[in-house]
Design a protein around this ligand. Sequence first.
Ligand code: FES
Length: 185
Amino acid sequence: MDDSTKLIASDEGGSNRACQVSRRRFLQAATVGGASMAMLTIPGCGSMMARTTPLPRQRVGSLSELVDDKPINIRFPDRKSRCVLVKLGVPAGGGVGPGEDIVAFSTACPHMGTPLLGAYNAKHKGMGPCRSHLTRFDLTRYGIVVSGHATESLPQILLEIEGDDIYATGIRGLLYGRSSNVALS
Ligand code: FES
């Protein structure tokens, strides 16, 4: 594993909305081995472990332009990777801002890459259903799969705030169709 990559549990940050996994089940899963732990998925619970890739930070928006449930299309870490920045209006895992409710996710479905642009669901604070195989993702819980064919969470863009500016600083999960999250030229 590359030094710039680390493994974290999906409930890092202490959100009480995080997926709950028993100690017994975690230890059973951990014996599978380090490499596969990065891709481990608990049915109905999304990915338990996710690969996090720090990346050169890029400004992707401003606090003052965000309105609850009005997603803004962004691209990160390069022009080919479409993502969405959204203020959910409720605290979310990995959320930033005063309400810890600002999150960003890739809009390429992790199942087979179908674009999820326009698929934000304000009522459920989720993404989907994907038009190909109907997967739904929960954006308040690190993009975990709620239902459908996908087995991996929606890759989450790591954010930080500086003044009114919002910066993307990395990705949790692996962008669909790529062997790494490094920006393409
Ligand atoms: S491509 Fe989205 S669920 Fe299959």
